[in-house]
Ligand binder design. Sequence first.
Ligand code: AMP
Ligand code: MG
Length: 492
Amino acid sequence: MTVHFPFQNTYAALPANFFARVAPTPVASPRLIKLNRPLAVHLGLDPDLLSSPEGAEILAGKTVPAGAEPIAMAYAGHQFGQFVPQLGDGRAILLGEVIDKDGIRRDIQLKGSGPTPFSRRGDGRAALGPVLREYIVSEAMFALGIPTTRSLAAVITGESVMRETMLPGAVLTRVAASHVRVGTFQYFAARGETEGVRRLADHVIARHYPHAANVEHPYHALLKNVVARQADLVARWLLVGFIHGVMNTDNTSISGETIDYGPCAFMDHYDPAQVFSSIDEMGRYAYANQPRIALWNLTRLAECLLPLFSDDQEKAIAEAQEILGEFIEKFTAAYQAGLRNKIGLFTMRDGDEALVQDLLDAMARNQADFTLTFRRLCEAAGDAAADAGVRALFAEPSAYDEWAARWRQRASEEPQSPAERQAAMLSVNPAFIPRNHRVEAVIQAATLNDDYAPFEELLAVLSKPYQDQPQFADYAEPPQPDQRVLQTFCGT
Ligand code: AMP
Ligand code: MG
């Protein structure tokens, strides 16, 4: 039996300047370290065959499966605000697309599979650490209910990659609704190729926003939809304390999925200015800056679409501005609704925004852990005796007491019982997030000792983030001072 991928490729049928045809570079001795079996089944793939030696060779790029049309996609992008007219898949190769059990088309891409015409000075490879990080964090995001690319498999290649030191090489198999980015539009727009922009827009409308095809102004509808999805996405990031770390336009997906997990991280104590990425010296991609940056990136997308809006540039700009103007409104609505849910409010009233903001401000002043504060607040909603657990997270516990009194007063004006409120809160406030120190410990064990047991255990815990898992209570805890991770790295 050979592994069968039911490929139905559409991107490889676009004009030749959309990509470069390039096969993965074979590696020495691939070994499968993780297969996401439920995801394999969801994609119509046989997990047993995929975990066979032949399957591992495919997932490492050593063998190209039948029906694949391997390509490296072309794209450009603003990196930390600087425009680079050509980036492209420098170390990733799209094997093809399959239709999943929900009828949704999914890209299957190898990341770390060798050089492509877009590699510039890079080696086209990935080190094990970043592959495990992306695997863990993307699957954690999925379990949290946040739109994201997913991880189908991780293999080690049996070869080393040179970074600061020699590290084990690895390949991640990534699954995405598509890999089209804001930067993909920029690639054609920067070359003045309006027809390329149009072909790409038609492709993504058909793929992600089919209803937009039938309205009077499909390209306006496209922008509107991308704006709405990004507004929702970034609100969800903030509500779980996620910091993407490299929100360049080439890392901003048109489908609205979180994509390109590099130096991303979840914060422990609440700090709106938090930055982890070692290369983000100016704090451009700090936690609280993310909505502003998303809008900046969407503005770059709108610029690409202007020629499709109207021949009259002034008119096109005015129309784009109107659509972009919806971002803040949509983001704020999603974020504020999410915050109300986090503190267990079922209705919306004047003063709610200030109530939540006062909690966040107190958390920031008191170095309170973001995830634990909201999780313990669920218990406090059920029983005021649980206040002690929340207070203990604040450097100055009385800061919580004042706030809690206002919160209880506000909650008491709603008809729901404490138990109902608690249940609702437990379903939106996770107990388990991929805390940095845990991710680092997993990477250390795998890289230094070839030990994947910690990786498996962390994945298992993170797959049920909203359930108390008493036997894994430690995983909910913030780092001890000596365990704190202060910086994260791209590792590219
Ligand atoms: P990233 O920061 O991972 O989003 O990547 C930015 C750009 O650099 C993309 O065009 C990547 O394909 C490229 N790149 C990153 N790492 C490598 C590598 N090891 N070899 C070749 N290209 C790379
Ligand atoms: Mg990228």
